[in-house]
Every structure is written in structure tokens, then in C-alpha cells.
Design a protein around this ligand. Structure first.
Ligand SMILES: Cc1cc2nc3c(=O)[nH]c(=O)nc-3n(C[C@H](O)[C@H](O)[C@H](O)COP(=O)(O)OP(=O)(O)OC[C@H]3O[C@@H](n4cnc5c(N)ncnc54)[C@H](O)[C@@H]3O)c2cc1C
Length: 381
């Protein structure tokens, strides 16, 4: 047993690992990737097996887990079909986590039970054509009308936006860059809401969309956290960042571990055929180096998670973790391509899927360059 985890956490890892092995074996992962559709069947099974309660407070019927439980789940669920991590985010992160960190009690009571039983999906709508890394640049606006607010504007690259029931929508409500943003729980059945999926390189099936809001009306009660949180959207988002960085780091670790294991198996086979000692030493050194980097990433990730749990100041550590794990993931998959040679280049080889999936982990949740900006700033530069 890993000394960093308690018995419950070890059980969660075993349960998630068993789920992935049974429900998402490589042939299923290949089929789902090729189809590119939102994996509703697998999501329903995850709901039925109680995974959607792992980070919900016990008072709402959940398991009461925190960041470590989320990381364990996201690391394991990324191993055969990484997009499942993204779609799980439509419940665990954009639903459960956002509501518990920033929602009020009425909103938690209204939505958490339905999130846990698989009835609801949430998406998080922040990015706009001119507001990616510079997220405070959003211009989608919510203007006061009788009884509430009217939203007009558009978003891009919103994952799960055409399948979700609620879009947590960040809007401009005053001119102040940071104190003029309000987050609304928008019912996607509402007239004027439209989402159109974007074709993309990897993470096929995550339903990443352009979203249009045309005169979408919301009530004051639908301000995330309630009326007191008007113009508090930026502050609310900042509270999510440490967790988001660590969860994405866990996804990168899961992918890296699968790719490394595949490479070791492949090389062992090759060595059986060609017994010339030392022939593969350069490759072996590459793999050893990557294995060391992945292990270092895990240490850093769970050390940072422990700091989050202890409510310690750890923005620098979570940024370092995200930077290191995402870049390590890219390096591991690139090495994989080199080692596999022509085999890695075929669509029959699973490696090509991980190679297509991994780049998003150094883009979403703050790019690697943005993490470097944060780290250097916190070092006083
Ligand atoms: C598959 C996918 C799913 C996504 N899902 C969601 C979602 O569900 N919800 C959502 O709101 N968004 C989502 N996004 C958007 C994501 O959050 C943004 O792509 C990300 O914030 C980066 O913004 P950008 O793509 O506009 O890049 P830009 O900000 O335009 O950056 C382009 C390049 O410039 C660099 N750069 C920018 N500013 C700086 C700076 N100050 N210093 C140094 N370098 C800089 C960046 O690092 C990057 O290399 C998703 C994106 C993808 C690809």
C-alpha cells in the first residue's frame, strides 16, 4: 500500500482501475475514439456505480472526498481512453466541485442529487474568441431586465456544451476587469442557447463546442452563489484553479503511465526476437529517464494535493505540477513515437491516440507558458 493514501483512497483506485479494465478495454477505447460521440453509455455506468458521488459531501449522500480522491479517479480513468476524464469533468468538476466551492445551499440541494445519479451534466463556459489565456477579457454580457438578466454573446471551446443541462456561464456585468464578471447557472433548454460541436485533433467525444447566447434570460437566483455573488465571478474562478491544475496533472500522469507500460512491453517483445545485448540501450535510457520524470511528477502532484488539503498557500506548487506533468506527458508520447517507429504511425496503434490527446493538457487549465508566468512571478521576478 502506498503510504500517502488511506484504505478508502486505495479502494477507490482499485475500483476505478477495475472499471477501466472491464468497461473500456483497448478495443472499446478504439471504437469510441473512432465514433467520436459523447460516451453516454460509459457515463451512465459510472453514475450507476457511484463514481459521481466521490467528491460530494456526506450530508448530500456523497463519499465526502476531496482533491486526492479526484486525482486518483482522474489518473486511472485517463489510462485507456483519456476523453473519459474530460466527460467526467461535466459531473465531478463543473457540477459537484463548482457548486460546493461557489454555489449556495439552495443550488447545492437543487443539483447535487441529480448530478450524483447521472441525471445532470454541467459545462463551464468561460473562453471566448478574444479571451483564452486572458480570461478577464470576456465580453459576453448579462444586462439587467425585469426579474433578472439577459445574456448575449458567444463562447468557444466549451466541453460538453451541447449535452449539458446547465452551462456555468461567465459574463461581463460591469466594466471593471476583475470585479465586473458574474457567473450564471444557465439552463441549456432555454430559448436562445445554441451549441455547435467543433472538430478537433484529440479527446474525441468530449463535445467541445462553440456556444451562442441570444437573449437568454436568467433569474437572479441563477447567479452562482446567489445574488450576493453578483460581480464576484472572477474571485469564484480563482478558488477553482489549484484543483483544476492538479486534476489535469493527474490526467497527464495516467496517460504517461499507460504509454510507458506499452513501451516496456513492446521492447521486451523486441528483445526476445533480437537477443543482441546492448542493442536497445539508447532507447532503454530514454525510457528510464521518462520513468523517473513520471515518478517525480507523481510525487510533486500528491505533495501539492496534500498542501491543498491542509489549506496551505500552494499556487506556485500547483502551477509547477501542471507545467511538469503536462510537459512530461508530451515528452513521453513523443519518445513513444520514436521508439515504436513505423508501428506508432498507424491508426491501429493506440499510441497515436495518446499522441493526439496529450497536447490539450498543456493548453487547458492555463497553458504551460502561463504556468511559467505564475511561477516566475511568485519567485519575485
Ligand atoms: C479541447 C479543448 C477543450 C476546452 N474546454 C474548455 C471548456 O470546457 N471551457 C472553457 O471555458 N474553455 C475551454 N477550453 C479553452 C482553453 O481553456 C483555452 O484554449 C486556454 O485557456 C488557452 O487559451 P487560447 O487557446 O485562447 O490560447 P491563447 O491565450 O490565444 O494563447 C496562445 C499562445 O500564446 C501563449 N500566451 C498567451 N498569453 C500569454 C502570456 N501572457 N504570456 C506568455 N504566453 C502567453 C499561450 O501560452 C499559447 O501558447 C478548451 C480548449 C480545448 C483545446
Amino acid at each position: 500500500m502506498d503510504r500517502r493514501f488511506n484504505r478508502e483512497q486505495e479502494k477507490l483506485r482499485e475500483r476505478t482501475r477495475a472499471f477501466v479494465q472491464k468497461e473500456v478495454p483497448p478495443e472499446v477505447a478504439r471504437r469510441l475514439d473512432a465514433e467520436g460521440a459523447y460516451p453516454r453509455g460509459i457515463m451512465a455506468k459510472l453514475a450507476a456505480q457511484g463514481f459521481w458521488g466521490i467528491n460530494v459531501a456526506e450530508k448530500y449522500g456523497g463519499r465526502g472526498g476531496g482533491i486526492i480522491e479526484l486525482m486518483i479517479f482522474f489518473e486511472e480513468i485517463s489510462k485507456n481512453l483519456p476523453v473519459l476524464a474530460w466527460t467526467s469533468g461535466n459531473v465531478l468538476l463543473y457540477g459537484n466541485n463548482i457548486l460546493q466551492v461557489n454555489g449556495n445551499e439552495e443550488q447545492q440541494k437543487r443539483f447535487l442529487p441529480g448530478l450524483m445519479n447521472g441525471e445532470y451534466l454541467f459545462c463551464f463556459a468561460l473562453t471566448e474568441p478574444d479571451a483564452g489565456s486572458d480570461a478577464a477579457n470576456i465580453i459576453t454580457r448579462a444586462e439587467p431586465v425585469d426579474g433578472g438578466y439577459r445574456i448575449n454573446g458567444s463562447k468557444v471551446f466549451i466541453s460538453g456544451a451541447s449535452v449539458s443541462h446547465i452551462a456555468v456561464t461567465n459574463t461581463r456585468t460591469a466594466s471593471s476587469r476583475y470585479k465586473g464578471i458574474t457567473s450564471f447557472l444557465v439552463d441549456t433548454d432555454q430559448e436562445g442557447y445554441r451549441a455547435a460541436p467543433i472538430r478537433k485533433l484529440g479527446y474525441k467525444g468530449s463535445d467541445t463546442c462553440e456556444v451562442y447566447y441570444k437573449d437568454v434570460d436568467v433569474t437572479r437566483e441563477n447567479i452562482l452563489g446567489g445574488e450576493d455573488c453578483y460581480n464576484q465571478g472572477w474571485k469564484q474562478m480563482m478558488r477553482l484553479l489549484n484543483g483544476e491544475r492538479l486534476v489535469l496533472s493527474a490526467c497527464a500522469l495516467g496517460i504517461s503511465e499507460t504509454v510507458l507500460k506499452g513501451l516496456v512491453d513492446h521492447l521486451k517483445e523486441r528483445q526476445k526476437i533480437s537477443r543482441i545485448q546492448g542493442r536497445y540501450q539508447a532507447v532503454e535510457h530514454g525510457i528510464a529517464e521518462m520513468a523517473a520524470r513520471v515518478e517525480a511528477g507523481r510525487q510533486l502532484a500528491f505533495q501539492s494535493a496534500w498542501m491543498v488539503d491542509q489549506q496551505m498557500e500552494c499556487v506556485k506548487e500547483t502551477s509547477m505540477t501542471k507545467l511538469f506533468c503536462a510537459e512530461t506527458g508530451k515528452a513521453v508520447t513523443r519518445l513513444g513515437m520514436e521508439v515504436m517507429g513505423r508501428l506508432g504511425y498507424t491508426m491501429e496503434c493506440d499510441l497515436q491516440r495518446f499522441y493526439r490527446d496529450i497536447p490539450i493538457l498543456s493548453i487547458g487549465g492555463g497553458t504551460s507558458q502561463i504556468q511559467k508566468n505564475i511561477i516566475s512571478k511568485l519567485m519575485g521576478l
